[in-house]
Write a protein that binds this ligand. Structure first.
Ligand SMILES: [Zn+2]
Length: 75
């Protein structure tokens, strides 16, 4: 069994199914993990396989360098 590399959630436990598309082989399913990572799963005769995995909260991601810190002002 595979797990999410970002939060360790088991791939077999689907948190949210976003969409499902039929294909000649079976189906393609878009899911979202507990951490917000988007996954594309291909469902075939052999079972379900996660083929694409996005980063958690990719849409809300901000550059870490823009985070205000405790840098003292010299004025
Ligand atoms: Zn996750």
């Amino acid at each position: 069994m595979t797990t999410c590399p970002f939060c360790g959630w088991p791939d077999s436990d689907v948190v949210a199914v976003l969409s499902r598309h039929r294909t000649p082989e079976g189906a393609t399913v878009w899911t979202r993990c507990a951490c917000g990572s988007l996954q594309t799963r291909v469902v075939g005769a052999a079972g379900t396989e996660v083929v694409v995995r996005g980063r958690p909260h990719e849409a809300e991601a901000r550059p870490v360098t823009d985070t205000p810190g405790d840098v003292p002002c010299d004025k």
